[in-house]
Design a protein around this ligand. Structure first.
Ligand code: PLP
Length: 499
């Protein structure tokens, strides 16, 4: 299988090249040229298999330039009992009626980003060996909080690799900041920037696609790559857990092979929900893909009107990992929905940069309407959903999951849809203890660990070890820089001087 750029279909690469490069030089994103199919027999067989067996089967279909043993090595190195606190890796929990929760936060950093970022470093190791020239790989990451920590944890002390993370200084939770600032490892760097996530993401993309900076790195035996969801190696592991959730519904008897499920995803950069769309393209029976936004409802408006407009107020919410106005992976969806019209996609993306908005064609709008539903959940509703979910179902959820649960309930109420519906739960509630406690009790102490203690007392749910052990860990990174200084920070950290 080959991969093509969303902005130039003629550009073809292998999966190893797509993963090693991260983004195409024409600023497009790599997408598969075709979608491998899974049959109902495959799904029935996999319903009796482990998560790792399911992962090997699905990933092998996309990484066709990897040997079967290489794919197996990546999977077995990533989803280990040492790293994941659940033997099922991504267990499915019944919430109520036809609603299920897919718990994606049992990995080392307690957010769903681990599902991809525990395996990406292994993909990268093989990809660089296949497609690289022995350069040191420099991973640049823009994070709204969770990607940064998960990428640091995944790439920590990976051989021949450096990882540098940028996050919005005022845009992450205290727990998220502490997770990053205390990161161990000799090959890591962490920087807060004065700006929001979009500033961080734009800054990283600009450094990344700047040919002068690229040449400078090459002269120094280094090469950039990305661990953001613009990297294909981030997306394909996420397809696996939607297939896995379906297999679990089959196994539990919630549906019969071929019957559809719905999927609800709390969305920021559009990576997670895009993976569900790709699972559907592979033949997984999915009826509606339900896109849930927080107060930053740029995607809800897009689904409602066909116009994507980033010229609006940016809100800092209690679900910071979704505080995003430029959802990068939407580009991949649009490319697919306009049948690979790269010129059209390029024009839309350039209009977004130049004018701050674009409007898709009627054909694309019709396809969006048919496959997607959308909704948003404001701050008051998010808190109410956390409280109601705990009181009604004795189940503790974080703020991001609450956005999805809120939109899901609205959808089920409006449509009367009885289809089994899987809600992607993207973070452990202890990553956002102050917001969760405030939702339950009306107020919260200033210190996140005091909040966690109170939350444990109230809910009886234990704080996961990787968060517990942050208390008292030494802070290693304190740099705060302006967005204009990101490139200079990268070069100086790498010991490169401009000549
Ligand atoms: C990253 C993140 C999201 C958003 O996922 P996207 O793939 O960017 O749409 C939602 N919830 C949490 C907890 C996250 O970390």
């Amino acid at each position: 299988m080959q991969y093509q750029s969303t902005r130039n279909k003629e550009l073809r690469v292998t999966s190893a090249q797509a993963i090693a490069r991260g983004i195409s030089a024409d600023k497009g994103l790599f997408v598969p040229t075709e979608f491998p199919q899974i049959s109902l027999a495959d799904l029935e067989r996999m319903s009796g298999e482990s998560y790792t067996a399911r992962a090997k089967f699905i990933l092998g279909k996309y990484l066709t330039d990897f040997s079967e043993a290489e794919v197996a090595d990546c999977v077995d190195s990533a989803y280990t009992a040492k790293k994941f606190r659940s033997a099922d890796v991504a267990p499915l929990t019944h919430l109520h009626d036809n609603a299920y929760v897919l718990e994606l936060w049992h990995g080392p950093t307690c957010a769903f980003k681990d599902m991809a970022l525990q395996i990406l470093p292994h993909f990268m190791r093989y990809s660089v060996a296949k497609a690289g020239n022995g350069e040191e790989v420099v991973i640049l990451v823009a994070t709204s909080g969770d990607t940064g920590k998960a990428a640091l944890e995944g790439f920590c002390d990976a051989p021949n690799t450096r990882i540098l993370v940028f996050y919005p200084d005022q845009g992450v939770s205290k727990m998220q900041k502490l997770q990053m600032a205390t990161q161990e490892g000799q090959n890591v760097g962490v920087f807060a920037i004065r700006g929001n996530f979009d500033d961080a993401q734009n800054g990283v993309k600009a450094i990344f696609t700047d040919s002068e900076t690229g040449d400078l790195l090459a002269e120094n035996g280094k090469k950039f790559s990305s661990a953001n969801s613009i990297n294909w190696g981030r997306l394909c592991p996420q397809i696996v857990y939607y297939v896995s959730a379906y297999c679990d519904l089959l196994k539990n008897g919630a549906l019969k092979a071929g019957e559809p499920m719905n999927v609800v995803v709390p969305t920021g950069n559009f990576g997670n929900i895009l993976a569900a769309y790709y699972a559907k393209k592979m033949g997984l029976p999915i009826k509606k893909l339900i896109c849930a936004s927080n107060q930053n409802r740029v995607l809800t408006d897009f689904f409602e009107t066909g116009t994507y407009d980033r010229r609006r107020q940016f809100f800092t919410t209690t679900s910071p990992s979704m505080d995003i106005l430029i959802s990068s992976n939407l580009e991949r969806l649009l490319f697919d929905l306009c049948d690979g019209d790269d010129a059209e996609v390029k024009a839309w993306m350039e209009a977004l940069v130049a004018d701050g908005n674009y409007t898709v064609s009627d054909k694309v709008r019709a396809a969006l309407d048919e496959q997607f539903a959308s909704g948003c959940c404001d701050e008051a509703k998010t808190a109410a959903v956390i409280r109601d979910t705990f009181e009604n179902y004795n189940y503790l959820i974080d703020t991001h999951t609450a956005v999805a649960v809120g939109v899901c309930e609205e959808y089920l109420k409006e449509t009367g849809d009885k289809t089994p519906t899987v809600i992607a739960s993207t973070a452990n509630p202890y990553k956002f203890p102050a917001s969760v406690l405030t939702a339950l009790c009306g107020s919260a102490p200033a210190d996140d660990f005091d909040c966690a203690d109170a939350l444990c007392e109230k809910s009886g749910v234990e704080m996961p070890d990787p968060l517990k052990t942050l208390k008292g860990k030494a802070v290693r990174f304190t740099t705060v820089c302006n967005k204009e200084e990101m490139r200079a920070e990268v070069l100086s950290t790498l010991g490169i001087t401009e000549g």
